[in-house]
Write a protein that binds this ligand. Sequence first.
Ligand code: CUA
Length: 337
Amino acid sequence: MKFPLRVAGLLFAAMSFGQAVHPVANMFRPRATPAESVFNISMLMLAICGAIFVIVAGLLAFTIVRFRRRKVDDGREPAQVYGGNRIEIAWTVIPILIVLTLGMATARAVVEVQNKRMPVDALKVTVIGRQWWWEFRYPDLGVVTANELHVPVSTVAQPAVTALTLESIDVAHSFWVPQLAGKTDLIPGITNHMWIDPRQEGTFLGNCAEYCGTQHANMLLRVVVEPAADFEKWAAAQKMNAASDPQLESARNTFLSLNCINCHTVSGTIAKGTFGPDLSHLMSRTTLASGMISNTPGNLHAWVKDPQAIKRGNLMPNMQLNPRELDEVVKYLSSLK
Ligand code: CUA
């Protein structure tokens, strides 16, 4: 009995550890319709597999006890049985029924989620997978951001569906926010679709769920679900041109004179690059490097100084800025609210 107990203890410890690192990345607490479908199928699966486990383990335990070696062994063999049509039919038909039940329940859930007709007022977002970060484009709002997807909360009075169009610029990725929906791949040359209707405000964590290279594990994402009014406010601020504080003119000029502008966009300036994340409102994001580190002045400084030291292999090179340039670039970026 000790061993199974220890295994259960280890499993429980592993689960609690996971909770501490990702307090909300838990598919067992669904907060949107697609995630609920996944959850319901998982529970059905768990119930059926649990019942099979109990029956098989129970029969095994019974057999071990009932037919254990006795102190007094009379040496006789038990009755020998060859075949049994009824038993064989049973253990063929029962598994077929189980597979059919699970298959049909899964197919129903998949069809329900996939064929849902998007309401005309659905918020449209294009998600572009990149090594190793996420670009979010809101075509109707004229907003482009990275790694932190903002969407309105869905309430009974004001249902809000966000329709995601998924594309990839390089290799295959997979968009997965366990509390909101199942995984959907982002494949180069193919456009996939999914949707979410989060019913609880808060920040929901997700990961890339398809191996896409060295920093796959650090391709993290956040979905910020907020009241409709807050979302509107956020979108309006994102739509504006980047802040341009006259006092930071020298810092801005330094930034605009460097190669940064070939890869990054800062709206309202000559920086129009599209290889890297849009920096127009960098300070509105809570993390840097696709969720790896929090967006603090110290981390930003370290990132600009040498991104490779933080996220090895990522496409932003060490620009070898001198101390003055580094300070000015960080100062300017810190002003992009
Ligand atoms: Cu992108 Cu794994």
